[in-house]
Ligand binder design. Structure first.
Ligand SMILES: [Zn+2]
Length: 245
């Protein structure tokens, strides 16, 4: 068997969901990939452009193997997409969002899903470190960021549209929804607040018209049900409907 630079050519079959990451040649089932005889399957798959966060089962000659497996001559590899819903063991499900995902962050919070996000770009190393430190699933459209070894768990977002991103995250992780329990501005938890205690924070018109108040336990922002909520109500209703099916 050849080793070193001219290692074995291994036929790979990638699940259709992963084709978006591959050059067109590698989307053809069974296309041989020249390996170096020492790189792991994880490394080979990543080097073809597929983030390991998106990979489910790896099967070699019919048997499931770990990403640390080094493929050998005569073997063939099947790469599945991650299973949906995907269970993330080890900690309560919570997320950390990459820059430019502010709309998605606010929508997840609207549904009561723990979604950390800041407008300022902390940089890839800091985001990855925070994912590890707080055991948060890092959501990103940046494949380079998702390759960082230190991240605790991650997921690639396939769309740049917030509606589709939300549907993607809810379908993939099936988080428990608790609408209207979290501050969309800062991710803090909301608590019931009576009108008297928040009076000074309200406009006069608001005082007269609306009676349902909640307040963020972290930043103090006051929330009430009003006409401007109809768009948000629609997002909540759709998410609840989708999660029930
Ligand atoms: Zn808040």
């Amino acid at each position: 068997m050849l080793c070193g630079v001219n290692g074995p050519e291994i036929p790979f079959v990638f699940a259709p969901e992963l084709h978006v990451f591959l050059s067109s040649a590698h989307t053809v089932a069974g296309t041989p990939v020249l390996t170096d005889g020492s790189s792991t399957l994880g490394h080979v798959v990543e080097s073809l452009g597929v983030p390991l966060t998106e990979v489910g089962r790896l099967v070699v000659n019919g048997a499931e193997v770990p990403v640390s497996r080094v493929p050998r001559a005569g073997e063939s590899v099947e790469v599945s997409a991650v299973e949906r819903p995907q269970r993330i063991p080890g900690a309560p499900l919570r997320f950390l969002l990459d820059v430019h995902l502010g709309t998605l962050a606010r929508r997840l919070r609207l549904l009561g899903v723990d979604a950390a996000y800041t407008n300022e770009d902390p940089g890839d190393p800091a985001l990855a470190a925070l994912s590890a430190q707080e055991q948060r699933v890092l959501l990103s459209r940046d494949r380079g960021l998702l390759r960082r070894r230190e991240i605790w768990a991650g997921a690639f977002l396939y769309s740049d549209q917030p509606d589709e991103q939300l549907q993607d995250v809810l379908g993939r992780f099936a988080p428990t929804l608790a609408p209207w329990t979290r501050c969309t501005a800062c991710n803090g938890r909301l608590t019931d607040a009576d009108k008297e205690s928040v009076r000074e924070r309200l406009e006069h018109g608001t005082q007269r018209t609306y009676d349902v108040f909640a307040q963020c336990t972290a930043c103090g922002r006051v929330y009430w049900r009003g006409a401007h909520h109809s768009r948000l109500e629609a997002i909540v209703e759709k998410a609840l409907r989708d999660s029930a099916t």
